[in-house]
Design a protein around this ligand. Sequence first.
Ligand code: ADP
Ligand code: MG
Length: 365
Amino acid sequence: DEESNLTVAVRVRPMNSRELGTVGVSDIVRVKDKDLIIQVEGNGNMNFNHLFQYDHIFWSVDEESPVYSTQEDVFLTIGKPLLNSAFRGYNACLFAYGQTGSGKSFSMMGRNMCEIIDIDSEDYSGITPRFCRDLFNRINSLPETQTASVEVSYFEIYNEKIHDLLTQTNNLNRQPLKVREHPEWGPYVVDLTVHPVNTYKELRNYLLIGNKNRATAATTMNEKSSRSHSIFTIELSLIDTIDDKETSRRSRVSLVDLAGSERLGNSHNSEEKIRQGVCINKSLLTLGKVISSLADQKKNLFVPYRDSVLTWLLRESLGGNSLTSMLATITPANSHIDETLATLRYACQARSIVNRARINENPHD
Ligand code: ADP
Ligand code: MG
């Protein structure tokens, strides 16, 4: 019973004031059940549409719409299933993909990722804080035969260099961290700080520290926020005691806010762009290559995980022992049609990945 362990969803955000103030602005996205339609304005009656299909489409454009998707809806549909599978011992990964300003951070973290009031808000908090609240709700209601422990880490990748977001000292002056391969658990970041947490509040404080470090680095360095990937990782260990025998399971959940996809453009032209010297984000480009070689499984293609830091670290989450959700974020405004189409195509390609997940189980002697 092989089925896809990758769920691909698209979210359409409301138009912002800049888009609304543009002359000739129009909303080109239509949603009908699982079909997403992009209406292209041609000359006269030369109009034609692009049709895409996804596992889920979240319409967050106008709150009056009967199909309007809230932060809670998005979490329940694509986040919560990963939490359930983490408790069963599977790794999980959720990443947000889209051009800068399309709603990645809003969806992953919330309206304002540096404010407690927003992070904890019933209305505004994003997938990551909701995931963590539910994680501890579930831990607190485990049966007596089970105990759980949670550790978190938070880092960013900028220009293929890894920086810990949970250290006190200024990130920019620190040596970047390296990736190594653990014989059993796979790739990991050497010297990354890992923080045990016992409550949601403790965890949320680490989230805020990391978010603030991310924001500070972004204002110090031009463009950094749109060109860096942030990876928040939760390690969950569960110990079951049945008839005096202990069994442990552990799972890793990575929640990833990817760099803006705008420099990537159409993946078919990427070699050409490199030749032209256009700056391309290597991790995002390689993620696309990894996704397409996984999608084309019949050809048994080599999957170039190690070509970038991001794909190397997410290897176990993309092709191996894991369940993955991808959230592609777009704007409905006609002014961004090229980036929107590129995002939608990338997401379609991702959708054909098929994998089988395996439980991380270790019987104790
Ligand atoms: P990105 O991280 O992709 O660059 P952001 O998440 O920062 O984009 O979103 C850009 C702006 O749009 C922010 O002001 C954010 O609050 C707003 N926004 C994004 N998605 C939504 C949404 N679904 N509903 C309301 N506002 C949104
Ligand atoms: Mg962002």
